[in-house]
Design a protein around this ligand. Structure first.
Ligand SMILES: NC(=O)c1ccc[n+]([C@@H]2O[C@H](COP(=O)([O-])OP(=O)(O)OC[C@H]3O[C@@H](n4cnc5c(N)ncnc54)[C@H](O)[C@@H]3O)[C@@H](O)[C@H]2O)c1
Length: 251
């Protein structure tokens, strides 16, 4: 049997670390040619090396996803390097400042909107055009449980992730009959540098306890759902939001 993504070309943003890295590794393992896109060129180069060492095919693209021109060039790079673009995961993101809304810094708000929401519009816009040229495709936008519930001291992040779900639905309706599926994924708290760089061990333990399963998730658990949504097994799924959250939102 051919690997699930044999002959497919995939673009993953924020692929130098955490969830994006796990998705890039799984897609490559399952036969896709992968563009590992990130502003962290050194980290992205390590992911490309890891893929190549296992016999996979990957290229690095250094990008700031908050810059629309860089995003357009990134999508062109993927299509020119491998001949087409079929799969994309818009995953790059930051946590932003932690403060109650009345004290939330204006610059921090703008930065989170640029990196976590405006970037996803830029990516989705150019990826759809490339996928239409390729005869169809599948996009996953990396939201969060905080795309559907609130969290104190995180107004910008929560707002950006809620906004991402709206963009996903609107674009999915427009392109459903043209062969491009667009979905979003809502991870609970996942054990990645995004958390470990920003939170101490006691806070991480408390957060783990907020998930009925009783622990943080892993990047591989998010990658498994994302790759399912990207695959032809999900051929009737578009415009929807899929949790991988250890039961967090069910409480
Ligand atoms: N870790 C979690 O608990 C969690 C939960 C829900 C959703 N998410 C989302 O998953 C995604 C990945 O998060 P992660 O936990 O793997 O984080 P991470 O910090 O491990 O990885 C994020 C990657 O994005 C890159 N990046 C950040 N800003 C960028 C920019 N402007 N341009 C290009 N690349 C940029 C970083 O260099 C990094 O490699 C994010 O969108 C995050 O909001 C994470």
């Amino acid at each position: 049997m051919n690997p699930r993504f044999d002959g497919k070309v995939a673009l993953i943003t924020g692929a130098a670390s955490g969830i994006g890295e796990a998705i890039a590794l799984q897609l490559a393992r399952e036969g896709a040619k992968v563009v590992v896109a990130d502003q962290d060129a050194a980290g992205a180069a390590e992911v490309v090396r890891a893929i190549e060492q296992k016999g996979g095919v990957a290229s690095l693209f250094e990008v700031n996803v908050a810059d629309a021109v860089e995003v357009e060039v990134m999508v062109m790079f993927a299509a020119r390097t491998y001949g087409a673009l079929h799969l994309a995961v818009n995953n790059a993101g930051i946590s932003g400042p932690s403060a109650p809304t009345a004290d939330y810094p204006l610059e921090g708000w703008q930065k989170v909107m640029d990196v976590n929401l405006n970037s996803v519009f830029y990516c989705t816009k150019f990826e759809i055009a490339a996928m239409l040229r390729a005869g169809g495709g599948s996009i996953v936008n990396m939201a969060s449980i905080l795309g559907s519930v609130g969290f104190a001291n995180s107004a910008a992040y929560v707002t950006a992730k809620h906004g991402m779900l709206g963009l996903t639905k609107a674009a999915a309706i427009e392109y459903a009959s043209k062969g491009v599926r667009i979905n979003s994924v809502g991870p609970g708290f996942i054990d990645t540098p995004l958390l470990s760089k920003n939170l101490d061990a006691a806070t991480l333990g408390a957060i783990a306890g907020m998930h009925p399963i009783g622990r943080l998730g892993t990047s591989e658990e998010v990658a498994a759902l994302t790759c399912f949504l990207l695959s032809d097994e999900a051929s009737f799924i578009t415009g929807s939001y899929h949790l991988v959250d250890g039961g967090y939102v069910a409480r």
